[in-house]
Ligand binder design. Structure first.
Ligand code: DAH
Length: 353
């Protein structure tokens, strides 16, 4: 009996020591510890079985030390559990992006030029036009040569055009910033045979001093229609429809003869001033009309230069300035506002989105 008691005491002592050093890396390991010590088949239960054989005078002392051991195991397991929970919370903290903007994130607004551009695209795509685009850094060939500009046309001049690279032997190889979106006409016609019906929105550049009325970059939308039977009447009808969709059913249009190298005949189109309703005001300089675009029948030289048979096909084209339309629609008289990104200005278009 004596030996039995001594081994039991020693056993409890060893276990106490063991328990102090327990550790677990995760919940699974912790559960294994709990089962090893506290389950029905665990260490404490085994000790309780031995305890039944302990004689009366030793019962109290051994009972207390087994209880102690049990409490130690409980405490240790709880301590490990708490540590594991704190660890996983710390890991969660690391995966939080503390630089992220707090909710609610204020929504941005669309730029007025985008609003106008999208509206124009919407009108023309409903009429069957597709979108096309071309590079802003272009060669002279597409901006001028194929568009029937004479070699000495003033638009080719340094004063109007930004040059990226010049080629003294062949002006058509000069690399420039496109000064109009008409270059996309050439790009499309080179690669596509009629029927062609495209609109080409994009940014253009001109070497101008920046003022309220002029800027070194602005935006245009080019339109091109090429097919077997295309007439000036078709052009006029499409432009009237566009003007009325854009500015209201009462809008009138007026075509004035003009000149562009790439169209013949050429015209400029005015719409009735929607500020004064055509009566005359400072905006329309008391004429009752405001100019919004250039247009005409595609010059046969342009068709030929782009590989389209000018005996078989005809076309019309038009080009309008997006700033000009935005100007009329939103009464913005200073062009610089469009590119200054002044938030107070941009916020005015929140409800137009
Ligand atoms: N490219 C002209 C400009 O920048 C606008 C223009 C006029 C385009 C007549 C056309 C057109 O397609 O037919 O001023």
């Amino acid at each position: 009996m004596y030996i039995f008691i001594m081994t039991l005491k020693e056993n409890i002592q060893n276990l106490l020591q063991q328990v102090k050093e327990l550790s677990a890396n995760d919940e699974k390991e912790l559960e294994a510890l709990r089962i090893k010590y506290l389950s029905k088949k665990g260490v404490i239960t085994d000790l309780m079985k031995d305890f039944r054989n302990v004689s009366g005078d030793q019962k109290r002392e051994i009972g207390i030390s087994i209880n102690n051991l049990k409490t130690e195991v409980f405490n240790k397991i709880n301590e490990i559990r708490e540590k594991l929970q704190n660890k996983s919370q710390d890991e969660e903290k690391v995966s939080l992006d503390l630089t992220r903007t707090a909710y609610p994130i204020p929504l941005g607004t669309r730029h007025p030029l985008s609003l106008v551009k999208n509206e124009i695209i919407d009108i023309f795509t409903r009429l069957g036009f597709c979108l096309a685009d071309g590079p802003e850094v272009e060669d002279d060939l597409h901006v001028f040569t194929k568009m029937n500009f004479a070699a000495d046309h003033p638009a080719r001049d340094m004063q109007d055009t930004f040059f990226v690279e010049t080629n003294p032997n062949d002006v058509a190889k000069n690399i420039i910033l496109r000064s109009h979106t008409s270059s996309v006409q050439a790009r499309v016609m080179e690669t596509t045979q009629p029927p062609i019906r495209v609109i080409c929105p994009g940014r253009v550049y001109r070497n101008e001093t920046i003022t309220a009325r002029a800027h070194c970059f602005f935006h245009q939308i080019e339109g091109l229609y090429v097919d077997e039977q295309v007439s000036f009447t078709d052009l006029k009808q499409v432009l009237l429809l566009f003007a009325q969709e854009m500015f209201g059913k009462e809008t009138k249009i007026r075509l004035r003869p003009s000149y562009f190298p790439f169209t013949e005949p050429s015209a400029e189109m005015d719409i009735s001033c929607d500020i004064c309703g055509g009566k005359g005001c400072s905006f329309c300089k008391n004429t009752g009309w405001v100019e919004i675009l250039g247009c005409g029948m595609v010059h046969p030289n342009v068709l030929q230069a782009c590989g389209i048979d000018s005996n078989k096909y005809k076309g019309y084209a038009f080009g309008l300035g997006i700033e000009r339309i935005a100007n009329l629609k939103y009464k913005i008289s200073d062009l610089r506002l469009f590119s200054e990104n002044d938030k107070r200005f941009l916020d005015e278009f929140t409800s137009a989105n």
